[in-house]
Design a protein around this ligand. Sequence first.
Ligand code: ADP
Ligand code: MN
Ligand code: MN
Ligand code: MN
Length: 337
Amino acid sequence: MAYRAEYLWIDGKEPDAEIRSKTKILADGAEPGIWGYDGSSTNQATGDNSDVVLIPKFQCPDPIRGGDDILVMCETYLTDMITPHPTNTRALAVKALEQYGDQEPWFGLEQEYTLLDPVTGWPAGFPEHGYPRPQGPYYCGVGAVKIFGRDLVERHTSLCMKAGLKISGTNAEVMPGQWEFQIGPADTVEVGDHMWVGRYLLYRLAEEYNVEVSIEAKPMKGDWNGAGMHTNFSTEKMRNDYDAIIAACESLGAEGKVAEHLAGYGSGIEDRLTGAHETQRFDQFSYGVSDRGASIRIPWQVEMDKKGYIEDRRPNANADPYVVATLMTNTVCGALA
Ligand code: ADP
Ligand code: MN
Ligand code: MN
Ligand code: MN
């Protein structure tokens, strides 16, 4: 029997690249090989020189199609098949991991997202012509008045588990219609692979519900929480030593590093990092124990155990996990080396 491979790749959308995919039918026993697509339709090439090459890098079972069908996460290359396409952010993550893999970097990414009515653009749980009760009861809530979209969330979790992704948890968020899933712990490259495939499964499943999944950083203006991708990070040293935890925090606040990181943390960062709604302002840098108003939070049990990991609270939900993981690895591992 032939089987289907869904080839996935990251496009050239600006700002905030998105995932694309297409299907290849393969003969039984055949491996998914190199493929290509029309880069002029994804903001990655001009029409007169449009071919972009897809090189398979990570694969897992396709839990939606089932059977022998698979998902294949690819990197994009120029037709020389040696030069990564300029938008190939995974190649940079591979480089960072090659350089600093001996420090054993681990990531846990918390992907927040909002379910929207595709016609009105209004979040699930918001009345058609107005606002729900203010924030308070929704975070980790239960009950029909507080929770919208749980069926989709539960099915998405099952799909991630069936695909073998390192999904580590889910929760309802502070704004109605807003949710989160976490991927990790995983290394600099794997966390991006699993996050992008997790996003793909979410969008794909939401088609069935006729719901739009938004990872916009601030989908509702006003007194509503934005959507982030908190980035939990540790190295082998940090998992054993509190001085390394503090050194990691300091490295992220070093001259030039704040701006460099914010530039890779997704569009609309100023709209989300306002200093309110559990954020630090985008133009301030701070770290602190249990502090959800800091740029970097040291979890309370990390201070107690004197070892563990840190949480960079700044990345937006719409950031590219390959970019975020590359920045963290290069900055922190570079300082701890
Ligand atoms: P929060 O309390 O901020 O909501 P979550 O429980 O949502 O945190 O997410 C924490 C993430 O951190 C999980 O994905 C978890 O796997 C990951 N994590 C746990 N320990 C480590 C570690 N030592 N290094 C990196 N990530 C870790
Ligand atoms: Mn969380
Ligand atoms: Mn959250
Ligand atoms: Mn968090």
